[in-house]
Design a protein around this ligand. Sequence first.
Ligand SMILES: [Mn+2]
Length: 367
Amino acid sequence: MGDLHLDSPFSSLGVDKSEIRRREFRATFTSIMYYAKEAAVDIVLISGDLFDDGYATAETVDLLCKEFSGMPDCRFVISPGNHDPYTRGSLYAAKKLPKNVYVFSDSTLSRFVFEDLNTEVYGWAFTGDSLLQSPLAGKSADDNGRLHLCCGHCDMSSPLSKYAPVTRADVVGFGAHYNAFSHIHKTPEVMREGNVVWSYSGVVEGRSFDECGEGGVNLIEAATGGDFAVTVKRIPTWRRMYAVEKVDVGGAQTLADIAAAIDGVIKEKKYDDKTLLRVTLTGAVSPEIENPSRLESAVRGLFSLEIVDETTPTFDGGMLEKDMTMRGELYRALLPSLTAGDAETRSCAREALKLGLAALEGRSLTD
Ligand SMILES: [Mn+2]
């Protein structure tokens, strides 16, 4: 597992829900430990960004120590990432963690040997917020008849990355039987070439709309002799999931019309209180519709709802277009901007039309 980013601020969720999410992340960690215990896992590989920042709250540190020491027969191997590097002031350097926890402290490749398991775990540490070279470049695992695992935080997506630019050729050339990587947050894909298997861990829980889909961990079964065969199974661990939807509400006359369209999608996709949903609204709607961002998550049974309003207030059933009063004049004057190519002009014109119509009706402009 990796990229847990414990103690993330979740500032966009507000005070109460961000605290709920921080607590849930700790609970997810506890569930993973429970699962590891039940499955009698020998080694837990944590490939970086266990914490979101160089520090961790006392609550989180206590929890980690309790969980790690609660599984004395299991080894925990940690490769510090760019968010929780091994630095002098870090928790890792403070040596407070139980003795069954093995933390890489060097940015070059090193290893921990577990003779009773005929296994070696290779890895490295970020010792700052970047690591410019690939710790695996030009290296190959010793040919010593042991199972070789590799655990590290790295970026295989670009050889120019500042975050340990490990390449496919590095991984295959090094030749570890299984490589547990973190840093790329999307749902992972298991890769194989010959006897070499690698996968990112993905996230255990999403933290933003860039991390939609199910969070989980990888359960690895590896033979410690013979053909060193490796199988990888994805175990879901998420409690809540981010999702994004685009809803065309063209023709909507009232806020209730928009609400009904959103509710239709929520029902169809079976979103519930486990969902953090972002809905982008599109289409031409009546200029007199109230601000859709006031639609609330609680009444729709969601954990949270974010509305991105990209509608244009140009649907009027022909009414405003033919209106011979000031209202129609205002609409016709703004129409080119309401349908302009760039989003900023459109949104400015939309605001002008709403305020203008409200002013002409003597409504309050401050709502
Ligand atoms: Mn990272």
